[in-house]
Design a binder for this molecule. Structure first.
Ligand SMILES: Nc1ncnc2c1ncn2[C@@H]1O[C@H](COP(=O)(O)OP(=O)(O)O)[C@@H](O)[C@H]1O
Ligand SMILES: [Mg+2]
Length: 371
């Protein structure tokens, strides 16, 4: 079960649109999806055509008046179940104030669902309060829609700070992937914002850009995902690609990443892992990969060493017309792929490779032990 928080404390940047349409696309791919509306405004609920404002939702679940499963509305869209929300959710924070472990309420309720769903998408509210913290605490990854604006970068940095705090406190690994929404890549401003995200912030940046189209607002108005309303419009095609990017990254990591344990009793295991990580840090080595014969506009690197997030924790250099990727890794054997001008492929300059789960090959990198 992959739990994804769609979060950005800025309003109107495409969170709900992304949560609904990514859920619908994953449902179309045969995934069992649960969409959780965690915004008291209930836009995700309305956006999939559920207009009844009196249905039990997370408010009742947090008040222990209902089980999460009692609140689930089945098949609101093909393959997608929904936990709805309404304005009562806004009062949950004050109600739970002072209660122990209140930031892990959602995680506790999701634990029994781990066999029922492949993906849980949480549509977060436009703030970094109790509800968003609960979503981040439960999630294994964060998707952050960003539209080009002066404040967008500041917002990502704040979200990153909160995520870092949570990761440190609870020993989590919670990568953030930014999805550019309504970016006109031909404008210099949008280009500058993207460049800043890529170079200054330690977040992943999706290769998919969700284009602007009036169909998105029309679909929301009619309470339908784009898969039902206008499956061929630009944004629908983009969300389709986003779902494929997500599934592809997951298949590639499936063999190498241990599944995150949802069980509450696992805290000691996490502690052991974190101690191992601390010890390993001492042995990390600087790796410089030089690519002699690759002629492209953009070269990214993703592998076991950076959780398969293109260019995360990797410095890119140009030396004598060659691309160089510089990063650190502890001794071991790593699988990786290159993303050459947006296309994922094995490293053509490296003969060491291994078949991967999706019918292609991954390249292999060995980092020897140095004494
Ligand atoms: N790709 C897009 N093209 C056109 N309009 C969009 C697009 N994505 C989102 N919107 C519109 O922008 C507004 C804000 O989107 P929404 O998903 O509700 O943001 P948030 O949940 O972050 O507040 C909505 O009116 C939505 O229909
Ligand atoms: Mg919203």
């Amino acid at each position: 079960m992959d739990i994804i928080a769609v979060a950005n404390q800025k309003g109107g940047c495409g969170k709900t649109t992304t949560a609904i349409n990514l859920a619908a696309e994953l449902g179309q791919h045969g995934e069992r999806v649960l969409l959780i509306d965690m915004d008291p405004q209930g836009h995700a609920t309305l956006g999939v055509g559920v207009n009844d404002r009196d249905l039990p939702g997370l408010y009742e679940v947090f008040c222990e008046e209902a089980n999460l499963l009692d609140a689930v509305l089945p098949e609101v869209v093909d393959g997608v179940d929904l936990v709805p929300a309404n304005i009562s959710l806004a009062t949950v924070e004050s109600m739970l104030a002072g209660k122990p472990a209140r930031e892990r309420k959602l995680l506790e309720h999701l634990e029994p669902l781990s066999d029922l769903y492949d993906d849980i998408l949480i549509d977060c509210p436009p703030s970094l309060g109790f509800l968003s913290i609960n979503a981040l605490r439960a999630a294994q990854q964060v998707i952050t829609p960003v539209e080009p604006s002066l404040y967008a970068l500041d917002g990502i940095q704040q979200l990153q700070d909160i995520v870092n705090l949570l990761c440190e406190k609870y020993q989590l690994h919670l990568p953030i992937t930014v999805i550019p929404i309504m970016f006109d890549v031909h404008t210099r401003f949008a280009h500058t914002v993207l460049q800043h995200i890529r170079e200054q912030l330690s977040v992943g940046l999706s290769d998919v850009r969700i284009r602007h189209t009036v169909r998105v607002r029309e679909a929301a108005y009619l309470g339908k995902p784009l898969t039902r309303y206008s499956p061929d419009c630009t944004a629908a095609v983009d969300y389709h690609r986003l779902a494929e990017e997500l599934l592809c990254a997951r298949r590639t990591t499936a063999t190498t990443q241990p599944e995150r344990c949802l069980d509450t009793t696992c805290d000691t295991t996490r502690e052991v892992i974190s101690m191992a990580q601390v010890n390993a840090k001492a042995a990390r080595q600087m790796i410089v990969l030089t690519f002699d014969d690759i002629d492209c506009r953009r070269l990214q690197l993703a592998g076991d060493f950076n959780n398969w997030i293109p260019d995360q924790d990797i410095e890119t250099r140009h030396v004598d017309g060659h691309w160089q990727k510089v990063f650190t890794a502890e001794p071991g054997v790593y699988e990786y792929r290159l993303i050459i001008d947006g296309v994922w492929q094995h490293d053509p300059t490296n003969p060491a490779e291994i078949p991967n789960e999706i019918g292609g090959v991954n390249s292999l990198l060995q980092v020897p032990v140095h004494h």
